[in-house]
Design a protein. Structure first.
Ligand SMILES: [Zn+2]
Length: 186
């Protein structure tokens, strides 16, 4: 009989700890086939036709969109997605020098979600202020989304978006000061 409190640790394809799962979710992942089981409990799960060892440690075979994994919106997850790099001037900075920017400002109804928040250094954030990107003449290096987060959270994954963060940042390294060089993408 499986203890109802049994948990399983999910690792990324690069063996980084991702999250702790309840045993039901762990079994579901094994059943779907997206994971390899690295360690098992002694306990067994029985259905009328199948008996499984209870999974203890799982490793993802490939990346899973963060929404499917329930990745929560947080400051740290935004920084991770954006590689701790200001999306306007492309400087990579320590966390304490970063903040996040509402692409559509709060005063215009912009929400605090992965699709409206990008990492920004404090000077760029202050310069953009409560303006939209069109008004400020800038645009973040990459359209904010959960896609980048998946790429950061699972380093093995390549960014598939054409002109990913790296390519764009080389083109636009001059930052907000050279607003004319920013293409707007909305
Ligand atoms: Zn900046």
């Amino acid at each position: 009989m499986v203890g109802m409190s049994k948990k399983a640790l999910l690792l990324s394809s690069w063996y980084l700890p991702m999250r702790v799962l309840g045993w039901q979710d762990a079994v579901k992942l094994v059943y779907v086939g997206n994971v390899d089981v690295l360690a098992e409990y002694a306990e067994e799960i029985r259905s009328p036709s199948v008996t499984w060892k209870m999974p203890a440690v799982l490793r993802q075979r490939r990346t899973v969109p963060p929404r499917a994994l329930g990745v929560k919106f947080s400051r740290t997850n935004v920084y991770l997605r954006d590689k701790y790099t200001c999306q306007y001037c492309f400087r990579r900075l320590p966390e304490k020098e970063l903040t996040f920017d509402h692409v559509v400002p709060r005063s215009r109804g912009g929400r605090k979600t992965f699709t409206n928040i990008v990492t920004a250094c404090r000077p760029c954030n202050a310069r953009k202020g409560h303006r939209t990107c069109d008004e400020a003449g800038c645009s973040p290096a990459a359209s904010p989304s959960t896609q980048g987060l998946a790429a950061r959270a699972y380093p093995g994954r390549r960014i598939r978006r054409a002109g990913g963060v790296g390519a764009v940042s080389r083109r636009r390294r001059s930052g907000l000061g050279a607003a004319g060089t920013f293409a707007t993408r909305h």
